[in-house]
Design a protein around this ligand. Structure first.
Ligand SMILES: [Zn+2]
Length: 579
């Protein structure tokens, strides 16, 4: 009997899966496309139906339908498995044998909680939701629910099926401080389930019903939910983002739900205030936006015009620009958020706001004009502080020139003077530095981790067998060399997620006789990824040395780069000899 993963692979041709995400162009026996994992103008991403795999000559991305869906959707292996199993009509065995690990139990707990909240919706809450413009069908579709004004409603309901520890870990209950016992985290709140991109509920966001603080409460970070990485509604929006070739980014759950109801199914929301919260790492904002960018490079920001909303829009906008996205800002009337606009003025008003959206730089320029009110010196200062940084974030010098001309036309400042100012913008804040660190040809952050995870999964799995099919000692030694860490350390870090990784390894590599070769390939790939990382760092150092006119340093770095390039070449040769 084939493993579920193999059944899925047999039923779903790789070109069919990938073409549901990208436009594939026939190229002989293969297909090609613009790579979703790095920025490029001409296609170097190839899909081979014969080999059931894909490969990008630009960035080295490669794999099967599982890796593709994982990397494209930002899912873990189980998420990808669930999503593809549904498409293939393959039933996955319910997950509660001995291997039903902690994570799976947490998924089950939040799924049960979601049902419970839905059942608790009462006429009062429904009336309120309808007064905010929500239709009954929308409420059902989005599985909006209610947490009763009760300290232990949910806890009592789930107690017999889950342990206290599981319920606490899933963020559903909290310990009473200084005492024994637990209480519900969400009380007297309208509940919006948060799902990952395969549609699994992973957390909740609760809006207070009536009076109370705080107005919005989200699940804490849990083993299945990271606040920093989730875009609300992506699972429902992705089809429409691809089809319409743009996404709309709003702030709150209400905005999102109403925008969908108004016909804009390409809307996603930042969960809570993640983007405006300065504590949210730039790296995480980048991952959030990269997810959307893979679906379409065009994005419309529709944030409240309040201070926090504006800050979030500015930050997200700057980062999106530096990711080479086309960023527009919706034309919202002052002091009104998308939810209220739709509820009060209807879907047409929302459509107009989207249709009249303006490029972020022109939007900032207009705003500067409004504030300066004809004061020339003020205008110059505002342009330097509030507009030019965005121009600086643009990756293309052609685009930069275009906007400098626009700003020049608007303000009367010569474009050459603006260009000089642009070059003088100090590289001060950490954020700017981080943005500048985004490689123009960015490889997805997942790849190196994916490879390492699979290798460790295979090692942990084989180690537990009476007789291993592969030379574990030799593999661990190679890993030590690549990672420059002791195998004890490497394995200790892996132990936490061990069950998950073993599961993945068994499913992927369990029924075949090529494990040895697969492991070798994974090792090559991992080494390559590490070398590329070093290479990228060196390229940055070289640029700096040249800017600072330090020829001796430049020469040394160049030599180092040559050595690394040779090593990468060697790996390619070894690979060829192996085949
Ligand atoms: Zn690529």
């Amino acid at each position: 009997m084939d493993s579920p993963a193999q059944q899925i692979k047999e039923r779903l041709p790789i070109e069919e899966i990938i073409s549901s995400y990208l436009k594939l162009i026939p190229a002989g026996r293969n297909f090609k496309a613009k790579c979703p994992f790095h920025n490029e103008k001409t296609p170097s991403f190839f899909v081979s139906p014969e080999r059931n795999s894909y490969y990008c000559f630009g960035c080295g991305a490669k794999g099967d339908i599982f890796t593709f869906v994982e990397e494209f959707e930002g899912l873990d292996f189980r998420g990808a498995l669930k999503l593809l199993a549904e498409r293939a009509g393959v039933t996955l065995a319910p997950y509660n044998q001995k291997t039903a690990d902690e994570k799976e139990r947490l998924y089950q707990a939040v799924a049960e909680a979601a049902k419970y909240f839905e059942q608790n919706l009462n006429p009062d809450v429904l009336k309120y939701l309808e007064s905010r413009g929500l239709e009954e069908k929308t409420i059902r579709d989005f599985r909006i629910g209610f947490a009763l004004d009760d300290w232990r409603g949910l806890y009592q309901h789930l107690k017999s099926k889950f342990t206290d520890r599981e319920l606490e870990l899933s963020g559903l209950i909290k310990k009473i401080e200084g005492k024994t016992g637990y209480y519900d985290r969400f009380r007297k709140r309208i509940i919006f389930p948060i799902t990952d991109s395969s549609g699994r509920v992973i957390a909740f966001s609760g809006r207070i019903f009536g009076e109370g603080e705080p107005k919005y409460l989200n699940s804490p970070d849990t083993p299945i939910f990271s606040k920093q990485l989730v875009l609300y509604g992506l699972d429902r929006a992705k089809e429409s983002i691809r089809k319409n070739n743009f996404s709309i980014l709003v702030e709150g759950q209400m905005d999102l739900v109403l925008s969908h109801q108004a016909g804009f199914r390409n809307t996603v929301a930042t969960s809570g205030t993640a983007l405006s919260d300065p504590a949210t790492m730039t790296e995480n904002v980048i991952s959030n936006l990269s997810l959307v960018r893979r679906l379409s490079e065009n994005i419309v920001l529709a944030f409240d015009a309040d201070k926090a909303g504006l800050r979030a829009a500015e930050r997200a906008g700057r980062i999106a620009l530096s990711l080479s996205m086309d960023v527009k800002v919706a034309a919202l009337p002052p002091d009104i958020d998308p939810a209220d606009l739709i509820a009060r003025s209807g879907a047409d008003a929302w459509r107009e706001a989207i249709r009249n959206s303006k490029h972020l730089i022109l939007f900032m320029l207009d705003k500067a004009g409004d504030i300066a009110q004809g004061d020339g010196r003020k205008m110059v200062r505002l342009i330097r502080e509030k507009v030019l940084p965005y121009v600086g974030a643009l990756q293309s010098s052609v685009e930069q020139a275009y906007f400098l001309q626009k700003i020049s036309d608007f303000s009367g400042t010569p474009a050459t003077a603006l260009k000089e100012d642009l070059e003088k913008i100090p590289i001060s804040s950490a954020e700017r530095a981080e943005i500048q660190n985004i490689p123009a040809e960015d490889s997805p952050p997942y790849r190196k981790d994916n490879i390492l995870r699979r290798l460790l999964g295979i090692i942990l799995w084989q180690r537990d067998l009476a007789e291993s099919e592969i030379d574990l000692e030799k593999i661990l030694k190679e890993l030590e060399e690549i990672l420059n860490r002791s195998s004890v350390d490497i394995l200790r870090d892996a132990a936490d997620s061990g069950e998950d990784w073993i599961f993945e390894a068994e499913v992927l590599y369990g029924a075949g006789d090529s494990l040895g070769r697969d492991v070798q390939e994974l090792l090559y790939n991992l080494k390559e990824e590490y070398l590329k990382e070093v290479l990228f760092k060196k390229a940055g150092e070289l640029e700096k040395a040249e800017r600072e006119r330090a020829p001796e340093r430049s020469r040394m770095i160049l030599e180092e780069i040559n050595v690394i390039n040779k090593e990468i070449e060697e790996i390619a040769n070894k690979r060829l000899n192996h085949k």
